[in-house]
Design a protein around this ligand. Structure first.
Ligand code: HEM
Length: 143
């Protein structure tokens, strides 16, 4: 394995760790935000936290994870590998969850209360289940 691939893999792992930090923390903030009155000082604080977490960490880390993953797969000619296909299917679902969180940050920013705290607790589980599947396929490469 070339040192370039080792560097790409190390940076890839750092990037998805930051992405996952946002994917776990954002819905957790929304669990509590959903139960605060619109316009309250607490709600305004949650808005700032959600916006900054999304724009400064979660979205940039997602973009870097995907670009490094594409570079890794190209550098190692892995696009025909079955494990990568399944992994990418799970990553596409993770991207859909990311998109949902972007939508919810916008809803809270305009004081909409469309969903309950219970909904965000359940949404919080999705990145965990996907993450376990993605890492297992990336490391074990079963086929
Ligand atoms: C949350 C998203 C992701 C996670 C948690 C993740 C996780 C991992 C892990 C743990 C490794 C190291 C595997 C090893 O050393 O054996 C890895 C490598 C890799 N990842 Fe990702 N990855 C993610 C997204 C992506 C994306 C979007 C792509 C896009 C193509 C990708 C492509 C790759 C490739 C090609 C490798 C190198 C595999 C190898 O040669 O060992 N990953 N990923």
């Amino acid at each position: 394995m070339t040192s370039l691939v080792l560097w790409l893999k190390a940076l890839h792992i750092m990037a998805f760790a930051a992405w996952m930090a946002g994917m776990w923390y954002l819905p957790r903030l929304m669990v509590y935000h959903a139960d605060t009155p619109a316009g309250s000082a607490c709600s305004e604080t949650f808005k700032v936290m959600e916006r900054r977490l999304l724009r400064a960490i979660t979205t940039p880390a997602m973009i870097v994870t995907v670009l490094l993953g594409i570079w890794l797969a190209t550098a190692q000619a892995q696009w025909r590998d079955g494990w990568l296909h399944v992994k990418l299917l799970l990553v596409v679902i993770m991207l859909a969850v990311h998109g949902l969180l972007v939508r919810h940050v916008r809803e809270f920013a305009t004081d909409k209360r469309e969903r309950s705290g219970r909904y965000f607790r359940m949404l919080n589980e999705a990145p965990t289940v996907l993450f376990i599947g993605i890492v297992l396929f990336a490391v074990l490469k079963p086929f």
